[in-house]
Design a protein around this ligand. Sequence first.
Ligand code: HSE
Length: 436
Amino acid sequence: MKPVKVGVLGLGTVGGGTVNVLKRNAEEIARRAGREIIITRASAKDLNKQRICDTKHISLTTNPLDIINDPEIDIVLELIGGAGPVKDMVLQAIANGKHVVTANKSLIALHGNEIFAKASKQGVIVAFEAAVAGGIPIIKAIREGLSGNQIQWLAGIINGTGNFILTEMRDKGRDFYDVLAEAQALGYAEADPTFDVEGIDAGHKLTILASIAFGIPLQFDKVYTEGISQITRIDVEYAEQLGYRIKHLGIARKTDTGIELRVHPTLIPERRLIANVDGVMNAIVVKGDAVGPTLYYGAGAGAEPTASAVVADVIDVVRALTSDPENRVPHLAFQADALADIAVLPPEKFKTAYYLRLHAEDKPGVLADVTKILANHQISIEAIIQKESFGDETAIPIIMLTQTTLEQEMNAAIAEIEALKTVTGKVNRIRLETLR
Ligand code: HSE
């Protein structure tokens, strides 16, 4: 059979890694795919730049359209990233009848509904395993491996940079900005690192996971995101003393009233496997009604881990080339006409437990005032510790863990606590999930 011809847009970290993996494992890949897969063309902004891959036998261009409009190319790999001009490139490739494989999470999270609709009309596949959690085959696991289940919730460490920062803060007592600078130097961070630390990158990935888990359209604009820049070493230490780790989690949960989509720092019990996922590694727990909790762990970024996912998608596309488009695995796991319009809940309707840290005057009755406010809002306290004051501060830290409550009750309680004359400054609140 004729080899399948692939064109690569972008020869950076992921593009370079993909060229290397496809070349190195060519023989094994052909045995799996049933056909030889060769990269014949690639585009890059600067052709003189030093690369991590060998581009011998690949025709290079600076213009991605040369590849997109080349009738010889069967599959286009979009490995440029970002949601700007790349969207038009992908739509053009689809219009030209080409299958597309992308590692681009923002593109899929923001424009996936439109892209998949156009791809389905053209009978082509747009595959995106590499867009979420790098080398972990989490899309395939949820879309295919767990397709007999009703997915109840999923929770994941889906940004390696953020996890690296929190791990270094905890293990080495390092400061936030110091670790962020190292993550940038090591090439883990996004071009704009606020995407990592403010939860945008994780929000993109969560949007995709929630869609394929619950059969809902992609809706990034409804994801609640909170970053890790407010997490202090003190909170990391108190959490540890209480038997918890702070992780930046993406959480999607189906409740009776709607779906929670949220990214925020979260205390989780240190005995959970996912609490022990450190450094740049990613992990996702997916709870299905039949299978129970399942855990997926691996490298969430990097040249070859991400290439592993890209190449797997290419092989899937090659295997499906001769199949009837109507009978392929749907892009978003559920049939396109069966996507459900389930409400995504606003943050006030989230149900979660909390870690609270506040500073109060060290005198009788202060703690009683605080606990009374919580009780008035039906918030039950799970644990409480009061610390001695540091230095000559008159206010002492009080740390509390609460049971699960409605977020709007917690918002109201915090406002009342902050208004107490005996309480200084803001209440620091971090959500807590037991992940049972
Ligand atoms: N900046 C991302 C991360 C890269 O740190 O996880 C992979 O999407």
